[in-house]
Design a protein around this ligand. Sequence first.
Ligand SMILES: [Zn+2]
Length: 294
Amino acid sequence: MKVGIDLGGSHIGIGLVDENGKILYKEEKYIKNKDNIEKVIEEFITEKVMQINLTNEIDSIGIAIPGTVSENKIIKAVNLGIQDYDLATELEKILHIKVKLKNDAKCAALAEQKYGELAQYENSIFLCIGTGVGGAVIFNGKLLEPKGVPGFEFSHTIIHKNGNLCSCGKRGCFETYASLKKFKEKIANEYNLNSIDGEVIREFIRNNSTDSRLKYIINSYIQDLSIGISNIINIFEPEAICIGGSFAEYEDILKQPLKKALLEENLLFNKRDDIIIKHAKLKNDAGIIGAALI
Ligand SMILES: [Zn+2]
């Protein structure tokens, strides 16, 4: 029995996960700051888990971190306002249970590989596209992880010289073009929409599919996205690509255009007739299930 924790920008999802990757119990809480993170986790373990599951021992706690993790420490998690934070040691002192941390996209990739859309492939890529872009590579059945620094920062590969300024300080990073949040903001600004709520934006796109300005915005998003993804394909030649994050909700709008651009634009070194793009199956549970697999 393991505890899987998905740390988000403003909330935390905590679940009790069995050896088959099934979430037996979960709850979601809002978090304010890092002291609050420790408190919420401690309360969950001491109050809820111990009550429900007194007879079973908890082997370990895994935490999916929305940021950079190195040697089981949080180096930087911009959305949480956290830098150089040894959350694992702090929790181990209180709970006396082994705590392991990993980047959230890598956790979600592990979950999809074990229980989701990537289970049948030896070589695959997982991309989490939402506010930012996270990524992971499964190669010969294993999650690739360099020693020392985390690596696989697809989001910060440059796709435009002197392009948009990125939160990392560089210009032209893939993330600044592939961000679904920025894509929604662009549409909302262009058409004076009051909301960038996903459902509102998707409905607007579906109802205005012949509008030429809207087509232009979608095409330029797809162009940038396909350039970034083709670079990853050319390096790793995965059998399949799985896309998670809020992008998965745009399957009917963006999947075919993305596939078409990858296959028909002159982007891939090794030409092919088809490309397998899957949409993440485990959705919001991928972080909790993946964290339990660390
Ligand atoms: Zn960057």
